[in-house]
Design a protein around this ligand. Structure first.
Ligand code: KG4
Ligand code: ZN
Length: 362
């Protein structure tokens, strides 16, 4: 393991954000030197969801310009970089290929190590961009494509404890926004509307909560939202009430499962830290609710600042730098992957560099 300062360029193109960032890792502390995120929300607005082909083309058009910008802003030269990291999956394959191929071209041209990062590992480590969070910790990863509890033992050591059996929580936010005809990005639109609504107005289910384990389900909630939307005329008041009731139901499900997950990890480690990350972690009502749950369980609570909850390249650069620090890099023929469970991303560094089980530090 090396202790020197590492400066890594990171690229993120797995969904509908094109992003580039330069992150410096020094003595275990991360510093974001420059970052840019170009959202494609308006490119997809007409279609009511992300269109993979449009996303991939938009990544192609924007990625070079973003890289030039962050390199200028960071005042970095190519020969001072330690490596180049890119999301290699999971995600929309066309988009992932754009970012990963760009990173491979830079690595080849500049003689730099390539680090192929699992997007979920980026989210898992994202809270460490802002504060020092020692391993191990319990992570609730809630995004548009994933909803899972993970025991994060160290860099490259991720144990999935439970997950959704159907939709991800972010997907449920997006579908709710679409059903109600709310404009713009789904999650933030529902959150905004919910502020004006009554969370008790609509009776919505909390599926699976009577079952043991940590599995979650959100598809029944989506069906109930559809019924509520068809039940009565969709006035602004009715929309706000459905959003408030929906958001509270999601928070109830995640809070109840988080309480159980915290109870479970007290048997795995003395280190009591509960971290929430991913796009849905940007939801303020949910953060407040989970923070209260953590306090009640005697856990430290952490969540990244909002800009690092949703997709960004700073978290990919950090994951790349952490892997590089541990001596891991990837060959130039590393494939882009549409599917890549987080536990499988462990293999490349786990046997050599994982942290110990109890109370291990970064
Ligand atoms: O992490 P992310 O940017 O992309 C994925 O890896 O999926 O997460 C995007 C998801 C979307 O479903 C979006 O609606 C949701 O995060 N999201 C929110 C909020 N901001 C983004 N959900 C609820 N409240 C928010 N404020
Ligand atoms: Zn994401």
């Amino acid at each position: 393991m090396t202790q020197e300062t590492l400066t890594v360029l990171g690229l993120e193109t797995s969904c509908d954000e094109t992003a580039a960032a330069v992150v410096r890792l020094s003595g275990g502390r991360a510093e974001v030197i420059a970052e840019r995120v170009a959202s494609q929300t308006s490119d997809h607005a007409l279609y009511g969801g992300v269109v993979p082909e449009i996303a991939a083309r938009a990544h192609v058009e924007r990625i070079d310009g973003l890289i030039r910008l962050v390199m200028e802003e960071a005042d970095e030269s190519w020969d001072r970089l330690s490596g180049v990291a890119a999301t290699a999956g999971p995600g929309l394959i066309g988009g992932v290929m754009v970012g990963l191929s760009t990173a491979k071209a830079i690595a080849l041209a500049r003689g730099l190590p390539l680090i192929a990062v699992n997007h979920l590992e980026g989210h898992a480590l994202s809270p460490r961009l802002a504060e020092d969070i020692p391993f191990p910790y319990l992570l609730l990863l809630v995004s548009g494509g994933h909803c899972q509890f993970v025991f994060v033992e160290g860099i490259g050591r991720y144990q999935r404890l439970g997950s959704t059996i159907d939709d991800a929580a972010g997907e449920a936010f997006d579908k709710t926004a679409k059903l109600l005809g709310l404009p713009g990005a789904g999650g933030p639109a529902v959150e905004r509307a919910a502020e004006q609504g009554d969370p008790k107005a609509v009776d919505l289910p909390r599926p699976l909560l009577d079952r043991p384990g940590l599995d979650m389900s959100f598809s029944g909630l989506k069906t109930a939202v559809r019924r509520a939307a068809e039940d009565q005329p969709l006035t602004d008041k009715r929309r706000a009430d459905i959003c408030a009731s929906f958001q509270t139901a999601v928070a109830d499900i995640l809070a109840a499962r988080s309480a159980r997950a915290m109870e479970l990890v007290t048997h795995m480690s003395d280190n009591r830290t509960f971290v929430v990350a991913g796009g849905v972690a940007a939801n303020k009502a949910l953060r407040t609710r989970l923070e209260a749950e953590a306090r009640h369980a005697g856990f430290r609570f952490a969540a990244p600042p909002l800009k690092w909850c949703t997709d960004n390249a700073a978290m990919i650069a950090l994951a790349g730098a952490e892997r590089l620090r541990l001596g891991a890099s990837d060959p130039l023929d590393t494939p882009a992957r549409a599917r890549w469970p987080l536990d499988e991303a462990s293999a490349s560094v786990a046997p050599i560099y994982g942290a110990g089980k109890k109370g291990a530090k970064a």
